[in-house]
Design a protein around this ligand. Structure first.
Ligand code: SAH
Ligand code: DHB
Ligand code: MG
Length: 241
């Protein structure tokens, strides 16, 4: 938060922000317990990630359920994820696929990929979901060159935010009319409105929005979110042609 506040009001401001965060978390717990509780495989995906020292930045349970519902609603048969971490979002997405469906998830870190592969196997999804190691900007061209690669019905982009414009370009290349592109973390505590930001994540996300806005093949919106993940948001773009 960068807003300037009158002398003496900083403490009250911090306390108010903390109270807001606690409220958002309580509501997320309420909604998630009722509608999107983790089962054993999802719980283990998080605990094994934590034990292995992975950062706690997976999507929230209710967000994972949203990904699942979107994939199921559109009848997705093929999904490409960029940014696997321990495979938590991967499990939510792969569980929406029908028999014969396929998910490929791209992950830079071999350590993260190994944890994710274990979690996918425990979830009984290793025949559906495959984790490929390497920087996505290197693995995407290889994937695109494979015979029969794509088109993918749904893309979940959730890796290094500075490359978001490139990832959306690749998603477009690997899409068909009707594909859905979802990009995570596109509000960043509101920092996305800072046009002079030098934070590469903010710069990359703003370039991604500009690209999406001028791309006639995409019809898009973005939504702000609050909850256990703080204040953030996501972009949804439908490939129209
Ligand atoms: N989608 C996951 C969270 C992903 S966190 C979930 O919600 O459960 C972001 C992941 O992107 C991290 O594991 C990080 O290692 C990976 N990453 C960062 N840079 C990358 C790159 N250049 N190519 C592929 N993956 C990358
Ligand atoms: C970060 C990355 C994410 O994908 C996320 O959902 C939250 C935080 C991060 O890099 O800090
Ligand atoms: Mg994310």
């Amino acid at each position: 938060m960068t807003e300037k506040l009158p002398e003496g009001s900083q403490h009250a401001h911090d306390t108010a922000e903390q109270a807001a965060q606690e409220r958002w978390e309580a509501v997320d717990r309420y909604l998630t317990d009722l509608l999107a509780p983790d089962d054993d495989a999802l719980t283990t995906a998080l605990t094994s990630s934590e034990s292995a020292g992975l950062p706690s930045i997976a999507v929230a349970g209710n967000q994972g359920k949203l990904l699942h519902l979107l994939a199921a609603s559109m009848g997705a048969r093929t999904i490409l994820e960029i940014g696997t971490l321990g495979g938590y979002s991967t499990i939510w997405l792969a569980r929406a696929l029908p028999d014969g469906g396929r998910l490929i998830s791209l992950e830079y870190s071999p350590e993260h990929a190994e944890v994710a592969r274990g979690n996918l196997a425990r979830a009984g999804l290793d025949h559906i979901a495959e984790v490929r190691t390497g920087a996505a900007l290197e693995t995407l061209p290889k994937l695109a060159a494979e015979p029969g690669a794509g088109p993918f019905d749904l893309f979940f982009i959730d890796a290094d935010k500075k490359n978001n414009p490139h990832y959306v370009e690749w998603a477009l290349k690997l899409s068909r009319p009707g594909s859905l592109i979802i990009v995570d973390n596109t509000v960043r505590g509101g920092a996305v409105v800072e046009r002079d930001s030098t934070d590469p994540s903010v710069v990359g996300t703003r370039e991604m929005y500009a690209l999406v806005a001028r791309e006639p093949r995409l019809d898009a919106t973005a939504v702000q979110t609050v909850g256990v993940k703080g204040y953030d948001g996501f972009l949804l773009a439908r490939v129209v042609s």
